[in-house]
Design a protein around this ligand. Structure first.
Ligand SMILES: [Zn+2]
Length: 513
């Protein structure tokens, strides 16, 4: 503690004395951040889980002997990390009845913003020996709760160490909160919010860490992502360094401590590696924890919480998040129905390439009405020979009606020109989209037309678009302006399940004949 504090003063003095060194100071900040990030390690997480989920703590039931022992373990670790107590009488505990929350504070480095707090919280209690209300059985055996929630508790200890190791703490202060009595009905977080150790209006954001130990298929849920604006984009940006698949669920129920804060109009985030067959059973044991997976999720949490503690403007609460559900999400994100095909044919490509031989002509389609038949070959389009079926698809979608085809009829060798009044409007990119008020300055795709430039570039429905041609946009109007004016190829930065990538769309010029 003493050494870290001296470094902090030195860093401040250097910044003040030599303003031109600012870029270097930022570089140094980057490297200390990186060091703190890398200090979060699977082996350390595993060591904490092994202690907390050991039989000696008897399942850490709130108010029990094992629960108290677990609280003692946490307090001594926080003291070693050099964090000051955030509980009663400046100690680490906030007592309520026979239960106690364990609290520690890292003071922020900005003279103004340090008055605001980020809460990083995890419940450390579990269900002891289990009973009919809190266990799926068999009851009467120690429920070690390695995933629920020794994993989150270990994660929070590692985060506390990582933040405490920074020579300059983040601008906002951080409250590290180990909640008791969660399994009995979110008792610890509810008690805290009714007797907050920090004025409630100074809580800028709350993280809840509950069950991070069972990463499977590289996939986690991010609960609370709609309780403020732009959280999905921000989490996805940090995830580039981590590479997880993120499910930005709309689930918001009172099933863990995040709900205590969300229902008090405080934005929240909660990563979650999901339920499993050992949930609330004696078999939720330490050897089943995916420690390497937990390391990755905790590192993502560190990056995200560090930014939230640092940004100049506080994230404001988005109240609609409390009314949203996964069912509403399905309705909101549902696909636009596909328009009828402009021509109405299927084909096969002859090898060597010799036009597109029709294998099906849809009844009543424009092709059918113009007299095209199975076996006919399309060899020219808009007076140019067809050399590539994918380019033809794009050109056909973009064409004005009537479109002119060079057709070699069955049994003939020379093409004849056939004009077909194709249906629908010319399509250049092949996407429809929608805005999402929770993510300003982004859109998501509600349709990707078959064969279009968008589909050929790999875009899919529900992809989120963050940039077009390297530019951000404010809303759907600006997005439309960009895609209609930029020349080909149009570059898009997209996000799918928290993974970002850049795609190039080979769009045709507007309305080719
Ligand atoms: Zn639980």
């Amino acid at each position: 503690m003493f050494i870290a504090y001296r470094f902090r003063i030195l860093a401040i003095l250097l910044t003040v004395a030599f303003p031109p060194l600012r870029p270097m100071a930022q570089g140094a900040e980057q490297s200390t951040l990186k060091a703190a990030l890398l200090s979060i390690r699977a082996n350390d997480l595993k060591a904490h889980v092994n202690v907390l989920a050991d039989d000696t703590f008897e399942g850490r039931e709130a108010g029990s002997r094992g629960g108290r022992a677990a609280g003692g373990y946490l307090a001594s670790h926080l003291q070693k990390a050099g964090l000051r107590g955030g509980g009663d009488a400046e100690g680490y505990f906030q007592q309520f009845g026979t239960h106690r929350n364990v609290l520690a504070v890292l003071e922020g480095s900005d003279p103004v913003l340090k008055n605001e707090f980020i809460i990083l919280g995890a419940h450390y209690d579990h269900v002891g020996y289990g009973n009919a209300r809190n266990s799926y059985g068999p009851t009467g055996y120690i429920h070690n709760g390695a995933d629920d929630n020794a994993s989150g508790t270990a994660s929070l200890l590692e985060l506390a160490d990582a933040f405490a190791s920074l020579p300059v703490p983040p601008k906002r202060s951080i409250l590290f909160a180990f909640w008791d009595g969660e399994e009995a009905g979110l008792l610890g977080s509810k008690h805290w919010i009714s007797r907050p150790t920090i004025p409630k209006d100074r809580i800028a954001f709350a993280f809840n860490i509950d069950m991070l130990g069972r990463l499977r298929n590289n996939r986690i849920e991010i609960l609370g992502n709609r309780t403020s604006y732009g959280l999905r984009k921000m989490v996805s940006r940090h995830n580039q360094e981590i590479g997880l698949e993120l499910d930005f669920t709309w689930e918001m129920t009172a099933n863990s401590d995040h709900y205590t804060f969300a229902s008090n109009n405080i934005p929240v985030l909660m990563p979650f590696t999901g339920l499993h067959e050992d949930y609330h059973r004696p078999s939720d044991d330490a050897e089943k924890i995916n420690n390497a997976g937990m390391e990755r999720v905790v590192r993502l949490l560190f990056l995200v919480s560090q930014e939230i503690a640092e940004v100049p403007d506080r994230f404001t609460f988005r109240a609609n998040a409390l009314r949203e559900t996964p069912v509403l999400r399905q309705q909101f994100e549902k696909s636009q129905p596909a328009a009828p095909p402009r021509l109405g044919v299927s084909w096969k490509v002859r090898d060597p390439f010799d036009g597109l031989e029709l294998t099906r002509v849809d009844r009543q389609s424009p092709a059918d009405q113009a007299g095209l038949r199975v076996g006919d070959r399309i060899v020219n389009f808009a007076e140019a020979p067809i050399t590539d079926e994918n380019q033809f698809r794009i050109a056909l979608l973009a064409a004005r009606s009537p479109a002119h085809f060079g057709i070699v009829r069955v049994g003939e060798t020379l093409p004849q020109t056939v004009s077909v009044p194709i249906v629908g409007q010319p399509i250049r990119l092949g996407v429809t989209w929608r805005e999402d008020d929770a993510e300003p300055g982004t859109i998501f795709l509600t349709q990707v037309v078959n064969g279009s430039a968008a589909q050929q570039a790999g875009l899919r429905e529900r992809d989120r678009v963050y940039e077009v041609g390297g530019r951000i946009f404010k809303n759907a109007d600006e997005f439309r302006a960009l895609i209609t004016t930029l020349p080909t190829p149009i570059e898009m930065l997209i996000e799918r399940n928290g993974r970002m990538s850049t795609v190039q769309l080979a769009v045709p010029p507007v309305a080719t004949e």
